[in-house]
Design a protein. Sequence first.
Length: 209
Amino acid sequence: MCAYRIAVFASGEGSNFQALAEAANTGALGGAELALLVCDKPSASVVRRAEQLGIPAFVFNPKDYVSREAYEREIVMRLEELQVNLVVLAGYMRLLTPVLVERYRGRLINIHPSLLPAFPGKDAIGQALDYGVRVSGVTVHFVDEGMDTGPIIAQRAINIVSGETSESFSQAVHGVERELYPEVVSWFAQGFVKLDGRQVTVSRTSGQV
């Protein structure tokens, strides 16, 4: 069994899931492996990606459960069975309850298509373009009880050029996401990330987790 195991939560196409899987296969994920995909949409393309890559998946329909807490308790049980070290949200479109947030506090991360705290929530790319900012980007952050309010781990800026469209800027953002997310996950796998309150430090001299 790999010493460091991650579970990826996704609801859609799964491009970040694919990037993480490819990084794991090439050794660029710091020695981590993808232990599980968690998906709340059985018809999502990410489910087919997991099948093609041979990665186990827990796919569920939220309507089959009496509450969000009920399906999250089942998710936690599966994560614990697999000894998952880090939960990675990658386009997972459901708000989390304290069942998951409390259990994996400090080991639960998300990627967001803006430079937080600017433009949290839905359609961050559209928000940035509508506001007229000249620079936006990508943020990887810890997940807490709020909407994109957790401590920031890493950010990467992207210039918005004249005439930029939502489609063209989305492509630029997604390209950066696919580079940054595996890098950040590799930091966790190698024990480089330390959290103290809202302050996050990344020390390349830390030992293996």
